[in-house]
Design a protein around this ligand. Structure first.
Ligand SMILES: [Zn+2]
Length: 275
């Protein structure tokens, strides 16, 4: 395939190959460490505009002016929140919790309801305004580095499908390392590029058997795609230890989740990181 000039943001080696293309966006793979990343990286103003637009599919179908909480509690999104909280509670049942990229703030709301002192941040002004006015929770609009959080402030930091959207995942993890206590934890959930769904969709895209080839890489929103090996390298580069990891199913089906955990072919990965 076409060779493009690009330097791996993780290992800094210039040996990359283009593996997918959608309009102006290329998905590159580093042949040294295996990281997948979008090239060219977006300009900062484009990145902010993209993330400030309320365009994520699942809540398009909800009327935010008159949010139907009863219906929301029957959705897969609500199930995911409960599953995530169960993982967090294996490690801590109270304390200061920061949810980075909190979106509409539902995870923050549920964590606060369980007794955590929960704060959320998001660069989307629109979602934060909605969360403040509707859920009345502690959420703030802006970038992590602008928040004046202090070293060792948090027991728990969570990033649920957020890190792959951020321009500098390594810088972000290094920053979060300072924000957690010495016995604090960082929870990261993100897509697994080695998951069974993506493998099948790659095959179909390669042979033009898929209606929208490569759209499963969610360009332009996703700037990176990880597998367990590239994520391990990222965490280690930030000085963090992996205390636990698993792969998960997208659906609430407990049998699929169990199978995916055993085979590590699940479509999502969850990592628990510590110092
Ligand atoms: Zn690399």
């Amino acid at each position: 395939m076409t060779q493009l000039i690009g330097r791996c943001p993780l290992c800094k080696v210039s040996d990359t190959i283009q593996i997918a293309r959608q309009e102006i966006n290329n998905l590159m793979q580093c042949r040294n460490c295996g990281l997948l990343y979008r090239h060219p990286a977006p300009a900062p103003e484009d990145y902010e505009k993209l993330n400030n637009d309320l365009d994520y599919a699942w809540y398009k179908e909800f009327d935010l002016a008159q949010f139907d909480f009863t219906r929301f509690k029957k959705t897969n999104q609500y199930f995911q929140i409960q599953r995530r909280l169960k993982y967090v509670q294996r490690y801590k049942s109270s304390g200061n919790l920061l949810d980075v990229g909190c979106g509409l703030g539902f995870f923050v709301q549920e964590a606060a309801g369980l007794g955590f002192s929960a704060t959320g941040i998001d660069i989307s002004q629109k979602t934060i305004k909605w969360a403040q006015e509707t859920l009345h929770i502690d959420v703030r609009a802006g970038k992590l580095e602008e928040m004046n959080f202090h070293a060792g402030q948090f027991d728990i930091v969570t990033l649920w499908h957020v890190l792959e959207h951020m321009p500098d995942p390594l810088g972000t993890l290094r920053y979060l390392y300072r924000l957690i206590k010495s016995n604090g934890y960082i929870f990261v959930e993100l897509p697994n590029v080695a998951g069974i769904d993506i493998r099948v969709k790659n095959f179909l895209s390669r042979y033009r058997l898929k209606k929208h080839p490569w759209c499963h890489f969610s360009m332009p929103e996703h700037l990176y795609e990880f597998n367990s090996a590239t994520f391990r390298r990222l965490a280690a580069s930030a000085g963090l230890q992996i205390l636990y990891w698993t792969t998960l199913s997208r659906s609430p089906n407990p049998l699929l989740t169990f199978l995916y955990d055993k085979t590590k072919f699940g479509n999502k990965m969850l990592f628990v990181l510590g110092k």
